[in-house]
Design a protein around this ligand. Structure first.
Ligand code: GAL
Length: 380
């Protein structure tokens, strides 16, 4: 073999090993790139939409909706793991859809916004998610719960709820229980409806059956109490409810937040003893200006702080909708705003918008960044 031939072979080997590396995606991320394709360790765009994160022993677990080209649950809830938040390994399906057509989570149902919390008392991982029954559009408005002994599952589905059946909220006037303030729940989208809604028109309508529950999250407070936060009353009002000690049911202690405020996509965190919540408005898959709130306790009262987004495209929340706010482990007051940039034409292509929470006059704010890393929190 002459010198040139051997050089050619060496070059070929270098190039082909480079290709193999690319295919296996052994190249590691060392930053976040909001809105870009985000590959898992197999080189496939992460499929964990409307997600939430649970952390334990050095590992973050990201649960999210598996999406194909439509928005129905065909597979279930995916789970990924990571040690550094940039590089994610697909662990599999945490909660799978069921083949049984009579199951509430049969393939073709809607399973959205999964969130996992850990119960110290029972030693169980508890997964809550928004459930819509197959072929019923979004009319079922239920919240489902599943448990596992292991953060990566498999989770066993327990049941779904219309929360707080037969229970009045804490912040509800006595007279509203019996004395309707006008409004017809059947024809509610009328100029007069806001007053009637505020005075509990839908709460009364759904009192026996339980309250509607669509976009939701769950949150464990410092004292170990868990709360379920959901968009209810035809998506007009947020409901915050205390969960039972095992995190599997509702205690019946609940409050209404912002009646008629049309908040969806709730995400909550705590800093220095104050609770903050970021939500979206109500425009389906289309982006709108986010909202933010603060409170002294999870049960409120919640004070509006306005749109937390700043700069260009702030009025569209950078073309995204909140899903979770992640406290970064090992760093003081480091929180990541997690949101979805939905692609309803091809759901699997939906992108993730992760941005650091910044502060302006005591308010949490979000600013766009093409690329950023966790060192941001050390520098700011
Ligand atoms: C959005 C909601 C999503 C999904 C969608 C369906 O407002 O945040 O989770 O339910 O509507 O149109």
């Amino acid at each position: 073999m002459n010198k040139f031939k051997s050089l050619k072979i060496i070059i070929l080997i270098i190039f082909s090993s480079g290709n193999i590396n690319c295919q296996n995606n052994t190249e590691k991320y060392s930053a976040f790139h909001p809105g870009k394709i985000w590959k898992d360790s197999n080189g496939t765009h992460i499929n964990a939409h409307g997600g939430g994160i649970y952390y334990e022993n050095g590992t973050y677990y990201w649960y999210g909706e598996h999406k194909g080209d439509d928005s129905k649950a065909r597979v279930g809830i995916n789970v990924y793991s990571s040690q550094d938040l940039y590089n994610w390994k697909k662990e599999g399906v945490a909660l799978a859809v069921e083949k049984d057509p009579n199951s509430e989570i049969t393939a073709g149902s809607v399973m959205e916004r999964p969130k996992v919390i850990y119960n110290e008392k029972t030693g169980k991982y508890v997964l809550w998610f928004h459930l819509e029954l197959k072929e019923q559009g979004y009319s079922a408005a239920r919240t489902g719960v599943a448990v596992s002994d292991n953060p990566i599952g498999p989770f066993n589905y327990i049941r779904s709820y219309r929360p707080n059946a037969g229970k009045w909220p804490q912040n509800f006037k006595e007279e509203w229980k019996t004395n309707p303030v006008g409004g017809d729940p059947e024809k509610w989208w009328t100029p007069q409806w806001h007053k009637a809604l505020n005075a509990g028109m839908f709460v009364r309508r759904d009192f026996e059956e339980g309250q509607m529950s669509r976009d939701m999250t769950v949150y464990v407070d410092k004292d170990g109490t868990a709360y379920h936060i959901t968009s209810s009353e035809e998506n007009q009002t947020l409901h915050i409810s205390e969960l039972t000690d095992d995190f599997l049911n509702f205690t019946g202690n609940w409050v209404r937040v912002q009646p008629g405020g049309q908040n969806e996509a709730p995400a909550i965190f705590e800093k220095d003893g104050t609770y903050y919540m970021i939500t979206s408005g109500l425009t389906g898959w289309d982006p709108n200006p986010a909202r933010s709130f603060k409170a002294k306790s999870v049960m409120g009262p919640w004070e509006p702080l306005g749109n937390p987004a700043r700069g260009i495209d702030a009025d569209k929340t950078f073309y995204s909708q909140s899903t979770f706010i992640l406290p970064v482990q090992g760093k003081e007051n480091a929180h990541i705003f997690m949101a979805d940039r939905w692609n309803p034409k091809n759901h699997i292509d939906g992108r993730y918008i992760w941005l650091p929470i910044e502060w302006e006059n005591g308010k949490p704010i979000i600013k766009w960044k093409d690329e950023w890393g966790l060192s941001f929190f050390d520098e700011n």
